[in-house]
Design a protein around this ligand. Structure first.
Ligand code: DP6
Length: 353
């Protein structure tokens, strides 16, 4: 396991290439056991487990020109889908400041980034996870040029560590198919600092679909960052942490033994607990919409009638993720399009190993 100090970087200016151009991409991820609540600098209150998606990605190109002397802040321009975005610029400034000690070479360059998502930005898919993971990959590619002797294990851990300093869930978007982030006493190698790959997936989980039903597009009323902060004083904080830690073990057992029923039970309990935390925060808030509840109820009815192992999860928003084995793809599609009349209002993605 690596410690924070292991990621501090020392170098000579002469080691830096004059120019650096690269393209990095990273997928979004969907949490099974949710990261909800932070401590310190972007460290999770509890361990989380996620599936890494395949098609919903951020693709970013970076061009860096070496400066004659380092600037005191990172100099950059950033275009998202061809346009400047002041909200992104603020997030990026914070990110560069946080990673300065670990990637000090970035201040020796003037950077230009161009980024786009393969999914609609307004769709509510966590683009900060894929966005910061893509940035972390590119920065670490420059580091790999300077330190080619670094091991692949170190490289992956530090990429996740850097991504985490942009957005917590981004720590889990640097590899797959299943990622664990956050120290767990019963799981060796887990760390609050970065996520690790878990690959003991049973055959039953080798290809899993995630249909993301877009209930609400656009910016959420309450950001995840605000939601995390409300967990600090939450009346159910300690209970939430202990339940999450137990569910991580149960989830990994279900994934290892191929138990869809247990997996689905935890998946749905976690989604509803996440929203229950929001509804019982001070101030309280609600991100589900009437349509979210309608879809959940219809899903429960459909599952009862058909016995198809299709389950839902939610992120910090109103959209519903339907998670099911790939073999049921056509049946679920028909159900969505003919019974629920959802037509094209969903994104089809999958997890594969
Ligand atoms: C509900 O990673 O978006 O999606 O660290 O403040 O950027 P920041 O928060 P973020 O929180 C994600 C919360 C979640 C659950 C999860 O993905 O585990």
């Amino acid at each position: 396991m690596f410690k924070t100090e292991d990621f501090i970087f020392h170098f000579n200016k002469e080691e830096l290439p004059e120019q650096f151009t690269t393209t990095g991409e990273a997928p979004s991820n969907i949490a099974i056991v949710k990261y909800w609540g932070k401590k310190g600098l972007q460290l999770p209150m509890n361990t989380s487990v996620s599936f890494t998606l395949t098609k919903s990605k951020t693709i970013t190109t970076a061009h860096a020109e070496k400066l004659s002397k380092p600037h005191d802040k990172v100099l950059f321009s950033f275009l998202f889908e061809g346009k400047e975005n002041p909200a992104f610029n603020k997030k990026l400034k914070d990110f560069f400041r946080r990673i300065e000690a670990y990637a000090p070479y970035i201040k020796h360059y003037k950077w230009h980034f161009e980024s786009r998502n393969t999914f609609p930005h307004s769709s509510g898919i966590a683009s900060s996870a894929s966005g910061f993971a893509a940035l972390a990959k590119m920065i670490m590619e420059l580091e790999q040029k300077i330190r080619p002797e670094n091991s692949p294990e170190f490289h992956l851990a530090k990429t996740s560590f850097i991504a985490r300093l942009g957005s917590g869930s981004a720590a889990r978007s640097v590899a797959g198919p299943v990622m664990i982030w956050g120290k767990h006493n019963k799981i060796k190698e887990t760390s609050d600092n970065y996520a690790i790959v878990w690959d003991n997936l049973h055959e039953n989980f080798k290809k899993v679909f995630d249909f993301i039903i877009l209930v609400e597009e656009g910016v959420k009323q309450v950001s995840s960052t605000t939601g995390h902060a409300l967990m600090q004083q939450h009346p159910f904080k300690e209970k939430r942490i202990s339940i999450a830690q137990q569910r991580v073990i149960q989830t990994l057992n279900a994934l290892e033994t191929g138990d869809w029923e247990l997996f689905g039970k935890i998946l749905e309990e976690e989604a509803l607990m996440l929203h229950a935390m929001m509804m019982t925060s001070n101030p309280c808030y609600l991100l589900m919409k009437p349509e979210t509840l309608k879809i959940i109820q219809s899903l429960w009815d459909y599952r009862k009638q058909t016995s198809i192992p299709v389950y839902f999860t939610l992120d910090a928003g109103a959209n519903v993720h339907l998670i099911f084995p790939a073999s049921y793809n056509n049946q679920i599609k028909d159900w969505l399009e003919s019974d629920l009349k959802l037509d094209k209002n969903y994104i089809s993605d999958y997890i594969s190993s």
